[in-house]
Design a protein around this ligand. Sequence first.
Ligand SMILES: [Ca+2]
Ligand SMILES: [Ca+2]
Ligand SMILES: [Ca+2]
Length: 582
Amino acid sequence: AGAVQKTADVYLWMGDGGGRDFSRLEGTPWHLYDIASGEKAWSGNLEFRMENLVEPGFEKDFTMADVWECDFSAFNTPGEYRLVVEGMGTSPVFPIKENIFEEAFKVSMQGMFYQRMGCEEKPNGGFPYSRRPLFKQGVEPEDFVVYISNREMVTGVNPDNRDWYAEDLSGEIVEESWGGWADAYDNDQRPVNFICVFDILLTYYLNPDAFKDNQLYIPEWDNGIPDIIDEALWQIDWWLRMRDPGGGYLTGLTNIKAPETDVNYAGAACGWQGWCVAAGAAMAADCFRLAGNQELREKYTEAALEAWDWAMRQHDHMLDDRASGLRGRDLKMTAAAFLYNLTGESKFEEVIYQESEAKDPSSRVKDSGTFEQQYASVAYIFTPQKVNFPELQENMKNIIIHQAKTDHLGKTDGSPTRAARWAVSWEGMSQTSNEMSLVAIAHKITECHEEKEYFEQGLYYEAEWTLGRNPLGLVQMTGLGDRAVTQTFAPGRRDGYPGLTPGWTPYMCRDGWNNSDDIHRCEWYTNRNYPDDKEIWPWGEHFWNSRYSVPNSEATPQQTFRQKIVLYGYLFGINKLYPRRL
Ligand SMILES: [Ca+2]
Ligand SMILES: [Ca+2]
Ligand SMILES: [Ca+2]
Protein backbone atom coordinates (compact mmCIF):
# COMPACT_ATOMS: atom_id res chain seq x y z
CA ALA A 1 0.00 0.00 0.00
CA GLY A 2 1.21 3.53 -0.42
CA ALA A 3 4.14 3.12 -2.77
CA VAL A 4 3.54 3.78 -6.47
CA GLN A 5 6.59 1.68 -7.10
CA LYS A 6 7.43 -1.74 -5.64
CA THR A 7 10.19 -3.64 -7.34
CA ALA A 8 12.99 -5.98 -6.40
CA ASP A 9 16.22 -5.91 -8.42
CA VAL A 10 17.85 -9.26 -9.15
CA TYR A 11 21.59 -9.25 -9.88
CA LEU A 12 24.85 -10.50 -8.46
CA TRP A 13 28.46 -9.42 -8.81
CA MET A 14 30.70 -12.45 -8.27
CA GLY A 15 34.09 -10.82 -7.80
CA ASP A 16 36.54 -11.93 -10.50
CA GLY A 17 33.68 -14.05 -11.88
CA GLY A 18 32.03 -10.81 -13.02
CA GLY A 19 28.28 -10.21 -13.19
CA ARG A 20 26.01 -13.26 -12.84
CA ASP A 21 24.06 -14.09 -15.99
CA PHE A 22 20.48 -14.83 -15.01
CA SER A 23 19.19 -15.00 -18.59
CA ARG A 24 18.42 -18.73 -18.37
CA LEU A 25 16.06 -17.86 -15.52
CA GLU A 26 14.22 -15.15 -17.45
CA GLY A 27 10.48 -15.76 -17.14
CA THR A 28 10.98 -17.84 -13.99
CA PRO A 29 7.95 -17.55 -11.68
CA TRP A 30 8.34 -15.57 -8.49
CA HIS A 31 5.89 -15.19 -5.61
CA LEU A 32 5.12 -12.99 -2.67
CA TYR A 33 4.59 -15.26 0.35
CA ASP A 34 2.33 -13.89 3.04
CA ILE A 35 4.14 -14.61 6.31
CA ALA A 36 0.95 -14.73 8.41
CA SER A 37 -0.95 -17.21 6.24
CA GLY A 38 1.98 -19.02 4.62
CA GLU A 39 0.18 -18.66 1.26
CA LYS A 40 1.25 -17.20 -2.07
CA ALA A 41 -0.30 -13.74 -2.25
CA TRP A 42 0.92 -12.56 -5.64
CA SER A 43 3.02 -13.97 -8.49
CA GLY A 44 4.87 -12.82 -11.57
CA ASN A 45 7.76 -13.71 -13.86
CA LEU A 46 11.37 -12.54 -13.73
CA GLU A 47 11.98 -9.84 -16.34
CA PHE A 48 15.16 -8.39 -17.79
CA ARG A 49 15.65 -4.75 -16.88
CA MET A 50 18.99 -3.43 -18.13
CA GLU A 51 22.48 -4.34 -19.15
CA ASN A 52 25.28 -3.28 -16.83
CA LEU A 53 26.65 0.17 -17.53
CA VAL A 54 28.42 3.15 -16.07
CA GLU A 55 25.57 5.32 -14.74
CA PRO A 56 25.05 8.48 -16.76
CA GLY A 57 25.66 11.65 -14.76
CA PHE A 58 27.56 9.82 -12.02
CA GLU A 59 30.18 8.11 -14.20
CA LYS A 60 30.12 5.25 -11.72
CA ASP A 61 29.16 1.61 -12.13
CA PHE A 62 27.07 0.82 -9.06
CA THR A 63 26.24 -2.84 -9.83
CA MET A 64 28.93 -4.32 -12.14
CA ALA A 65 26.18 -6.73 -13.21
CA ASP A 66 23.16 -6.89 -15.53
CA VAL A 67 19.88 -6.27 -13.72
CA TRP A 68 16.64 -8.29 -13.76
CA GLU A 69 13.57 -7.33 -11.79
CA CYS A 70 10.38 -8.47 -10.06
CA ASP A 71 7.73 -5.77 -10.30
CA PHE A 72 4.85 -6.00 -7.85
CA SER A 73 3.80 -2.35 -7.93
CA ALA A 74 0.18 -3.43 -8.54
CA PHE A 75 0.05 -5.45 -5.30
CA ASN A 76 -1.29 -3.37 -2.41
CA THR A 77 -2.38 -5.66 0.40
CA PRO A 78 -0.80 -4.70 3.74
CA GLY A 79 1.10 -7.45 5.53
CA GLU A 80 4.50 -9.06 5.89
CA TYR A 81 6.00 -10.89 2.96
CA ARG A 82 8.96 -12.70 1.50
CA LEU A 83 9.76 -12.54 -2.20
CA VAL A 84 10.65 -16.00 -3.50
CA VAL A 85 12.14 -16.52 -6.97
CA GLU A 86 11.85 -20.22 -7.94
CA GLY A 87 15.19 -21.93 -8.27
CA MET A 88 17.03 -18.89 -6.91
CA GLY A 89 16.11 -17.99 -3.36
CA THR A 90 14.17 -15.78 -1.02
CA SER A 91 14.36 -12.24 0.32
CA PRO A 92 14.29 -11.25 4.00
CA VAL A 93 10.82 -10.52 5.42
CA PHE A 94 9.56 -7.05 4.51
CA PRO A 95 6.34 -5.15 5.24
CA ILE A 96 3.81 -3.64 2.87
CA LYS A 97 1.94 -1.02 4.87
CA GLU A 98 0.57 2.49 5.04
CA ASN A 99 3.15 5.27 5.00
CA ILE A 100 6.25 3.13 5.27
CA PHE A 101 8.42 6.27 5.41
CA GLU A 102 7.35 7.44 8.86
CA GLU A 103 10.16 5.75 10.79
CA ALA A 104 12.74 6.55 8.09
CA PHE A 105 11.78 10.21 8.38
CA LYS A 106 11.95 10.17 12.19
CA VAL A 107 15.38 8.51 12.20
CA SER A 108 16.71 10.95 9.58
CA MET A 109 15.64 13.78 11.93
CA GLN A 110 17.52 12.07 14.78
CA GLY A 111 20.63 12.64 12.68
CA MET A 112 20.19 16.37 13.33
CA PHE A 113 19.29 15.92 17.00
CA TYR A 114 22.60 14.13 17.63
CA GLN A 115 24.48 17.05 16.07
CA ARG A 116 22.98 19.36 18.71
CA MET A 117 25.45 21.22 20.90
CA GLY A 118 24.45 22.42 24.37
CA CYS A 119 21.20 20.45 24.64
CA GLU A 120 20.56 19.59 28.30
CA GLU A 121 17.27 17.71 27.84
CA LYS A 122 16.78 14.03 27.16
CA PRO A 123 14.94 13.25 23.91
CA ASN A 124 11.61 11.47 23.83
CA GLY A 125 11.62 7.74 23.10
CA GLY A 126 14.22 6.38 25.53
CA PHE A 127 17.22 7.54 23.51
CA PRO A 128 20.48 8.95 24.89
CA TYR A 129 21.40 12.62 25.25
CA SER A 130 22.99 14.48 22.36
CA ARG A 131 26.61 15.68 22.47
CA ARG A 132 28.55 16.08 25.67
CA PRO A 133 30.22 18.19 27.04
CA LEU A 134 27.59 20.92 26.60
CA PHE A 135 30.06 23.78 26.09
CA LYS A 136 27.59 26.11 27.76
CA GLN A 137 28.77 29.14 29.75
CA GLY A 138 28.32 28.66 33.48
CA VAL A 139 27.15 25.07 33.07
CA GLU A 140 29.74 22.80 31.43
CA PRO A 141 32.61 23.45 31.62
CA GLU A 142 31.65 25.96 34.29
CA ASP A 143 34.37 28.46 33.39
CA PHE A 144 33.82 28.09 29.60
CA VAL A 145 34.85 31.23 27.67
CA VAL A 146 34.37 32.07 23.99
CA TYR A 147 36.52 34.82 22.47
CA ILE A 148 35.46 36.69 19.34
CA SER A 149 37.83 36.59 16.39
CA ASN A 150 38.20 39.46 13.90
CA ARG A 151 37.98 36.85 11.14
CA GLU A 152 34.62 35.61 9.80
CA MET A 153 33.93 32.00 8.81
CA VAL A 154 32.11 32.48 5.51
CA THR A 155 35.18 33.36 3.49
CA GLY A 156 37.71 32.44 6.19
CA VAL A 157 39.53 29.14 6.56
CA ASN A 158 38.00 25.89 7.81
CA PRO A 159 37.11 26.42 11.51
CA ASP A 160 38.83 23.12 12.30
CA ASN A 161 41.85 25.43 12.12
CA ARG A 162 41.41 26.99 15.54
CA ASP A 163 44.71 28.82 15.59
CA TRP A 164 43.91 30.94 12.53
CA TYR A 165 40.86 32.37 14.31
CA ALA A 166 42.62 32.57 17.68
CA GLU A 167 45.54 34.66 16.43
CA ASP A 168 43.43 37.74 15.61
CA LEU A 169 40.97 38.45 18.44
CA SER A 170 38.69 41.46 18.97
CA GLY A 171 39.20 41.43 22.75
CA GLU A 172 35.49 40.77 23.34
CA ILE A 173 33.76 37.63 24.59
CA VAL A 174 30.42 36.03 23.65
CA GLU A 175 27.83 36.13 26.43
CA GLU A 176 25.96 33.02 25.22
CA SER A 177 27.20 30.68 22.53
CA TRP A 178 25.38 27.40 23.26
CA GLY A 179 23.05 25.76 20.74
CA GLY A 180 23.20 24.89 17.06
CA TRP A 181 24.52 21.79 15.31
CA ALA A 182 28.05 20.41 15.07
CA ASP A 183 29.83 20.16 11.73
CA ALA A 184 30.54 16.42 11.70
CA TYR A 185 31.85 14.00 14.31
CA ASP A 186 34.01 16.94 15.37
CA ASN A 187 32.23 19.88 16.93
CA ASP A 188 33.04 23.06 15.06
CA GLN A 189 29.89 24.91 13.93
CA ARG A 190 30.26 26.46 10.53
CA PRO A 191 28.35 28.21 7.74
CA VAL A 192 28.45 25.27 5.29
CA ASN A 193 25.96 23.47 7.57
CA PHE A 194 23.56 26.41 7.86
CA ILE A 195 21.70 25.25 4.73
CA CYS A 196 20.20 22.38 6.80
CA VAL A 197 17.74 24.86 8.34
CA PHE A 198 16.25 25.62 4.95
CA ASP A 199 15.79 22.00 3.89
CA ILE A 200 14.14 21.10 7.21
CA LEU A 201 11.75 24.05 6.99
CA LEU A 202 11.11 23.32 3.30
CA THR A 203 9.94 19.84 4.29
CA TYR A 204 7.42 21.42 6.65
CA TYR A 205 6.43 24.12 4.16
CA LEU A 206 5.46 21.68 1.41
CA ASN A 207 3.07 19.64 3.62
CA PRO A 208 2.40 21.66 6.79
CA ASP A 209 -0.61 19.60 7.86
CA ALA A 210 1.48 16.42 8.09
CA PHE A 211 3.88 17.72 10.74
CA LYS A 212 2.79 18.05 14.35
CA ASP A 213 3.90 18.47 17.92
CA ASN A 214 4.88 15.18 19.67
CA GLN A 215 6.05 13.47 16.49
CA LEU A 216 9.84 13.13 16.73
CA TYR A 217 12.45 11.76 19.14
CA ILE A 218 13.33 15.20 20.54
CA PRO A 219 12.84 16.83 23.97
CA GLU A 220 10.42 19.57 22.77
CA TRP A 221 7.15 17.72 23.34
CA ASP A 222 3.86 19.34 24.35
CA ASN A 223 5.09 22.83 23.49
CA GLY A 224 2.51 23.35 20.72
CA ILE A 225 5.21 23.59 18.04
CA PRO A 226 5.52 20.99 15.27
CA ASP A 227 8.63 18.99 16.20
CA ILE A 228 10.25 19.42 12.79
CA ILE A 229 10.19 23.21 13.34
CA ASP A 230 11.61 22.73 16.87
CA GLU A 231 14.67 21.06 15.34
CA ALA A 232 15.23 23.96 12.90
CA LEU A 233 14.82 26.44 15.78
CA TRP A 234 17.68 24.73 17.62
CA GLN A 235 19.95 26.30 15.00
CA ILE A 236 18.04 29.54 14.32
CA ASP A 237 17.84 30.40 18.04
CA TRP A 238 21.59 29.83 18.29
CA TRP A 239 22.16 32.27 15.42
CA LEU A 240 19.97 34.82 17.20
CA ARG A 241 21.65 34.24 20.56
CA MET A 242 25.25 34.34 19.44
CA ARG A 243 25.91 38.05 18.91
CA ASP A 244 28.83 40.37 19.41
CA PRO A 245 28.48 43.36 21.77
CA GLY A 246 27.41 45.54 18.80
CA GLY A 247 24.53 43.18 17.94
CA GLY A 248 26.38 41.58 15.01
CA TYR A 249 25.57 37.99 14.05
CA LEU A 250 28.61 35.78 14.67
CA THR A 251 29.49 33.22 12.00
CA GLY A 252 30.21 30.09 13.99
CA LEU A 253 32.57 28.39 16.43
CA THR A 254 35.89 26.64 15.98
CA ASN A 255 36.63 23.03 16.79
CA ILE A 256 37.27 22.46 20.49
CA LYS A 257 40.16 20.09 21.06
CA ALA A 258 41.50 18.57 24.23
CA PRO A 259 43.31 19.60 26.36
CA GLU A 260 42.08 23.17 25.76
CA THR A 261 38.36 22.45 26.35
CA ASP A 262 37.37 25.47 28.43
CA VAL A 263 38.05 28.00 25.63
CA ASN A 264 36.62 28.46 22.17
CA TYR A 265 36.64 31.09 19.39
CA ALA A 266 33.73 32.59 17.47
CA GLY A 267 33.94 33.79 13.87
CA ALA A 268 33.37 37.53 13.38
CA ALA A 269 29.99 38.88 12.31
CA CYS A 270 29.55 39.64 8.60
CA GLY A 271 26.93 40.65 6.02
CA TRP A 272 26.37 37.13 4.68
CA GLN A 273 25.39 35.95 8.16
CA GLY A 274 22.93 38.83 8.51
CA TRP A 275 21.12 37.63 5.38
CA CYS A 276 21.31 34.04 6.61
CA VAL A 277 19.70 34.90 9.96
CA ALA A 278 17.06 37.06 8.23
CA ALA A 279 16.25 34.22 5.79
CA GLY A 280 16.07 31.49 8.44
CA ALA A 281 14.00 33.55 10.88
CA ALA A 282 11.64 34.73 8.11
CA MET A 283 11.14 31.18 6.82
CA ALA A 284 10.43 29.97 10.38
CA ALA A 285 7.96 32.84 10.86
CA ASP A 286 6.18 31.90 7.64
CA CYS A 287 6.01 28.28 8.83
CA PHE A 288 4.32 29.61 12.00
CA ARG A 289 1.87 31.50 9.76
CA LEU A 290 0.97 28.15 8.17
CA ALA A 291 0.81 26.53 11.62
CA GLY A 292 -1.54 29.28 12.87
CA ASN A 293 0.83 30.29 15.69
CA GLN A 294 0.46 34.08 15.81
CA GLU A 295 2.83 34.67 18.73
CA LEU A 296 5.81 32.88 17.21
CA ARG A 297 5.02 34.22 13.76
CA GLU A 298 5.46 37.72 15.20
CA LYS A 299 8.54 36.83 17.24
CA TYR A 300 10.47 35.42 14.26
CA THR A 301 9.21 38.11 11.85
CA GLU A 302 10.67 40.73 14.20
CA ALA A 303 13.93 38.80 14.46
CA ALA A 304 14.11 38.59 10.66
CA LEU A 305 13.45 42.30 10.20
CA GLU A 306 16.15 43.15 12.76
CA ALA A 307 18.68 40.94 10.94
CA TRP A 308 17.63 42.40 7.58
CA ASP A 309 18.23 45.95 8.82
CA TRP A 310 21.56 44.94 10.34
CA ALA A 311 22.68 43.33 7.04
CA MET A 312 21.61 46.43 5.08
CA ARG A 313 23.83 48.56 7.32
CA GLN A 314 26.94 46.47 6.68
CA HIS A 315 29.61 48.03 4.57
CA ASP A 316 30.14 44.74 2.65
CA HIS A 317 26.86 43.00 1.70
CA MET A 318 28.77 39.87 0.52
CA LEU A 319 26.12 39.14 -2.11
CA ASP A 320 28.41 36.90 -4.15
CA ASP A 321 30.10 35.10 -1.28
CA ARG A 322 28.72 31.64 -0.65
CA ALA A 323 28.69 28.71 1.73
CA SER A 324 27.28 25.39 0.55
CA GLY A 325 25.98 27.09 -2.59
CA LEU A 326 24.02 29.76 -0.71
CA ARG A 327 25.19 33.12 -1.99
CA GLY A 328 24.56 36.28 0.00
CA ARG A 329 22.08 37.31 -2.69
CA ASP A 330 20.24 33.98 -2.50
CA LEU A 331 19.82 34.43 1.25
CA LYS A 332 18.75 38.05 0.79
CA MET A 333 16.16 36.90 -1.78
CA THR A 334 14.98 34.13 0.56
CA ALA A 335 14.57 36.59 3.44
CA ALA A 336 12.73 39.02 1.16
CA ALA A 337 10.38 36.33 -0.21
CA PHE A 338 9.27 35.08 3.20
CA LEU A 339 9.09 38.63 4.58
CA TYR A 340 6.85 39.55 1.63
CA ASN A 341 4.55 36.67 2.59
CA LEU A 342 4.49 37.91 6.19
CA THR A 343 4.27 41.68 5.72
CA GLY A 344 3.01 42.29 2.17
CA GLU A 345 5.52 45.16 1.85
CA SER A 346 6.32 45.85 -1.78
CA LYS A 347 10.02 46.56 -1.12
CA PHE A 348 10.47 42.86 -0.37
CA GLU A 349 8.71 41.76 -3.56
CA GLU A 350 11.01 44.08 -5.51
CA VAL A 351 14.07 42.36 -4.01
CA ILE A 352 12.68 38.99 -5.13
CA TYR A 353 12.41 40.35 -8.66
CA GLN A 354 15.80 42.00 -8.53
CA GLU A 355 17.70 38.93 -7.30
CA SER A 356 15.86 36.08 -9.03
CA GLU A 357 17.66 34.11 -11.74
CA ALA A 358 14.21 33.14 -13.05
CA LYS A 359 13.69 36.45 -14.85
CA ASP A 360 15.29 34.47 -17.66
CA PRO A 361 12.93 31.53 -18.36
CA SER A 362 15.85 29.39 -19.59
CA SER A 363 17.77 29.85 -16.33
CA ARG A 364 17.73 27.68 -13.19
CA VAL A 365 16.51 28.12 -9.62
CA LYS A 366 19.38 26.10 -8.17
CA ASP A 367 22.70 24.72 -9.17
CA SER A 368 23.95 22.84 -6.12
CA GLY A 369 27.16 24.25 -4.73
CA THR A 370 26.92 27.34 -6.98
CA PHE A 371 23.64 29.10 -6.27
CA GLU A 372 20.47 28.23 -4.44
CA GLN A 373 17.12 29.97 -4.97
CA GLN A 374 14.70 27.09 -4.48
CA TYR A 375 13.62 28.24 -1.00
CA ALA A 376 12.94 31.81 -2.14
CA SER A 377 11.13 30.53 -5.23
CA VAL A 378 8.88 28.25 -3.16
CA ALA A 379 7.99 31.22 -0.94
CA TYR A 380 6.96 33.31 -3.94
CA ILE A 381 5.14 30.47 -5.71
CA PHE A 382 2.98 29.90 -2.60
CA THR A 383 2.68 33.53 -1.55
CA PRO A 384 -0.62 34.58 0.07
CA GLN A 385 0.08 38.18 -1.07
CA LYS A 386 -0.75 39.86 -4.38
CA VAL A 387 1.59 38.71 -7.16
CA ASN A 388 2.84 41.77 -9.03
CA PHE A 389 5.35 39.81 -11.10
CA PRO A 390 3.17 36.98 -12.45
CA GLU A 391 5.60 36.18 -15.26
CA LEU A 392 8.43 35.70 -12.77
CA GLN A 393 6.26 33.41 -10.64
CA GLU A 394 5.28 31.39 -13.73
CA ASN A 395 8.94 31.13 -14.79
CA MET A 396 9.86 29.82 -11.34
CA LYS A 397 7.26 27.05 -11.59
CA ASN A 398 8.25 26.08 -15.13
CA ILE A 399 11.95 26.07 -14.31
CA ILE A 400 11.47 23.86 -11.25
CA ILE A 401 9.41 21.35 -13.24
CA HIS A 402 11.93 21.44 -16.08
CA GLN A 403 14.90 21.00 -13.73
CA ALA A 404 13.16 18.14 -11.91
CA LYS A 405 12.92 16.37 -15.25
CA THR A 406 16.33 17.16 -16.72
CA ASP A 407 18.48 17.08 -13.57
CA HIS A 408 16.70 14.15 -11.94
CA LEU A 409 14.04 12.00 -13.64
CA GLY A 410 15.70 12.21 -17.06
CA LYS A 411 18.55 10.05 -15.74
CA THR A 412 16.45 7.14 -14.50
CA ASP A 413 15.68 5.48 -17.84
CA GLY A 414 19.37 5.07 -18.58
CA SER A 415 20.24 3.99 -15.04
CA PRO A 416 20.34 0.32 -13.99
CA THR A 417 19.70 1.41 -10.39
CA ARG A 418 17.15 4.13 -11.34
CA ALA A 419 19.30 6.88 -9.83
CA ALA A 420 17.31 10.13 -9.72
CA ARG A 421 19.33 12.13 -7.20
CA TRP A 422 21.42 15.18 -8.02
CA ALA A 423 24.79 14.04 -9.37
CA VAL A 424 27.31 15.61 -6.98
CA SER A 425 30.88 16.09 -8.07
CA TRP A 426 32.52 14.46 -5.07
CA GLU A 427 32.62 10.66 -5.37
CA GLY A 428 32.06 10.13 -1.67
CA MET A 429 28.56 11.50 -1.94
CA SER A 430 27.63 9.96 -5.28
CA GLN A 431 25.35 7.44 -3.65
CA THR A 432 24.43 8.73 -0.19
CA SER A 433 23.73 12.40 -0.89
CA ASN A 434 20.16 11.83 -2.04
CA GLU A 435 19.24 15.34 -3.06
CA MET A 436 15.67 15.33 -4.40
CA SER A 437 14.19 18.58 -3.04
CA LEU A 438 13.50 20.02 -6.49
CA VAL A 439 11.56 16.88 -7.44
CA ALA A 440 9.52 17.18 -4.24
CA ILE A 441 8.71 20.82 -5.04
CA ALA A 442 7.88 19.93 -8.67
CA HIS A 443 5.57 17.17 -7.42
CA LYS A 444 3.84 19.73 -5.21
CA ILE A 445 3.33 22.42 -7.85
CA THR A 446 2.51 20.50 -11.03
CA GLU A 447 -1.15 20.31 -11.94
CA CYS A 448 -0.57 17.54 -14.47
CA HIS A 449 -1.49 14.08 -13.16
CA GLU A 450 1.08 12.23 -15.32
CA GLU A 451 3.85 14.54 -14.15
CA LYS A 452 2.84 14.00 -10.54
CA GLU A 453 3.08 10.22 -10.92
CA TYR A 454 6.41 10.60 -12.73
CA PHE A 455 7.93 12.77 -9.99
CA GLU A 456 6.55 10.56 -7.25
CA GLN A 457 8.12 7.52 -8.89
CA GLY A 458 11.50 9.29 -8.92
CA LEU A 459 11.20 10.02 -5.20
CA TYR A 460 10.42 6.34 -4.56
CA TYR A 461 13.37 5.16 -6.69
CA GLU A 462 15.73 7.22 -4.61
CA ALA A 463 14.15 6.32 -1.26
CA GLU A 464 14.26 2.61 -2.16
CA TRP A 465 17.93 2.85 -3.09
CA THR A 466 18.83 4.33 0.28
CA LEU A 467 16.67 1.88 2.25
CA GLY A 468 18.00 -1.37 0.80
CA ARG A 469 17.52 -1.71 -2.98
CA ASN A 470 21.30 -1.46 -3.41
CA PRO A 471 24.08 -4.02 -3.92
CA LEU A 472 24.74 -4.39 -0.19
CA GLY A 473 21.06 -4.64 0.75
CA LEU A 474 22.01 -1.90 3.22
CA VAL A 475 19.95 0.81 4.89
CA GLN A 476 22.40 3.62 4.23
CA MET A 477 22.20 5.21 7.68
CA THR A 478 22.46 4.16 11.33
CA GLY A 479 19.55 3.28 13.57
CA LEU A 480 16.84 2.08 11.19
CA GLY A 481 16.04 -1.63 11.32
CA ASP A 482 18.34 -4.64 11.18
CA ARG A 483 19.85 -3.87 7.76
CA ALA A 484 21.22 -0.48 8.84
CA VAL A 485 24.83 0.68 9.11
CA THR A 486 26.19 -0.41 12.52
CA GLN A 487 29.85 0.63 12.41
CA THR A 488 30.84 4.07 11.18
CA PHE A 489 32.82 7.15 12.22
CA ALA A 490 29.94 8.56 14.28
CA PRO A 491 29.28 9.62 17.88
CA GLY A 492 27.46 7.47 20.42
CA ARG A 493 30.04 4.92 21.51
CA ARG A 494 30.32 6.17 25.09
CA ASP A 495 26.78 7.26 25.90
CA GLY A 496 25.69 4.17 27.84
CA TYR A 497 23.30 2.97 25.12
CA PRO A 498 23.95 0.21 22.58
CA GLY A 499 24.96 1.32 19.11
CA LEU A 500 25.89 4.59 17.45
CA THR A 501 23.70 7.67 17.29
CA PRO A 502 20.82 7.13 14.84
CA GLY A 503 20.32 8.93 11.54
CA TRP A 504 23.98 9.07 10.48
CA THR A 505 24.51 8.65 6.72
CA PRO A 506 28.15 7.90 5.81
CA TYR A 507 29.76 9.24 2.63
CA MET A 508 30.68 5.76 1.33
CA CYS A 509 33.72 7.25 -0.36
CA ARG A 510 36.13 4.79 -2.03
CA ASP A 511 39.27 6.84 -2.68
CA GLY A 512 39.51 9.31 0.17
CA TRP A 513 40.64 12.89 -0.06
CA ASN A 514 44.37 12.38 -0.54
CA ASN A 515 45.33 12.66 3.10
CA SER A 516 48.20 10.38 3.93
CA ASP A 517 47.31 9.60 7.56
CA ASP A 518 45.86 6.17 8.21
CA ILE A 519 42.39 7.19 9.36
CA HIS A 520 41.79 8.83 6.01
CA ARG A 521 43.39 6.26 3.76
CA CYS A 522 40.79 4.27 1.92
CA GLU A 523 43.64 2.25 0.38
CA TRP A 524 44.01 0.42 3.67
CA TYR A 525 40.69 -1.22 2.81
CA THR A 526 40.83 -1.44 -0.99
CA ASN A 527 44.32 -3.02 -0.84
CA ARG A 528 42.84 -5.84 1.23
CA ASN A 529 40.07 -6.58 -1.27
CA TYR A 530 39.76 -9.76 -3.20
CA PRO A 531 39.79 -9.24 -6.15
CA ASP A 532 42.49 -6.64 -5.49
CA ASP A 533 41.69 -4.44 -8.51
CA LYS A 534 39.36 -1.85 -6.98
CA GLU A 535 38.26 -0.76 -10.46
CA ILE A 536 36.28 -3.95 -10.97
CA TRP A 537 34.31 -3.51 -7.72
CA PRO A 538 30.75 -2.13 -7.88
CA TRP A 539 30.52 1.40 -6.41
CA GLY A 540 27.39 0.28 -4.58
CA GLU A 541 29.52 -2.09 -2.49
CA HIS A 542 31.94 0.57 -1.22
CA PHE A 543 31.02 0.52 2.40
CA TRP A 544 33.30 -1.09 4.97
CA ASN A 545 31.36 -1.62 8.15
CA SER A 546 34.13 -0.10 10.25
CA ARG A 547 34.79 3.11 12.16
CA TYR A 548 38.31 3.80 10.91
CA SER A 549 38.09 5.35 7.46
CA VAL A 550 36.87 8.93 7.66
CA PRO A 551 36.12 9.46 3.94
CA ASN A 552 34.20 6.19 3.83
CA SER A 553 32.27 6.53 7.05
CA GLU A 554 32.10 10.10 8.32
CA ALA A 555 29.45 12.63 7.30
CA THR A 556 28.24 16.19 7.66
CA PRO A 557 24.56 17.12 7.96
CA GLN A 558 24.76 19.40 4.94
CA GLN A 559 26.29 16.72 2.73
CA THR A 560 24.29 13.60 3.59
CA PHE A 561 21.58 14.24 6.25
CA ARG A 562 19.36 17.08 5.04
CA GLN A 563 18.69 15.43 1.68
CA LYS A 564 17.18 12.35 3.35
CA ILE A 565 15.05 14.57 5.60
CA VAL A 566 13.47 16.19 2.55
CA LEU A 567 13.13 12.87 0.69
CA TYR A 568 11.61 10.77 3.49
CA GLY A 569 9.80 13.75 5.01
CA TYR A 570 8.12 14.61 1.72
CA LEU A 571 7.06 11.01 1.06
CA PHE A 572 5.86 10.74 4.66
CA GLY A 573 3.91 13.98 4.21
CA ILE A 574 2.08 13.09 1.02
CA ASN A 575 1.29 9.57 2.22
CA LYS A 576 -0.09 10.91 5.49
CA LEU A 577 -2.23 13.56 3.84
CA TYR A 578 -3.25 11.68 0.70
CA PRO A 579 -3.24 7.93 1.47
CA ARG A 580 -3.14 5.89 -1.71
CA ARG A 581 -5.63 3.27 -2.82
CA LEU A 582 -5.43 -0.01 -0.95
CA1 LIG B 1 34.99 20.12 11.28
CA1 LIG C 1 7.20 20.23 19.68
CA1 LIG D 1 25.68 4.29 22.07
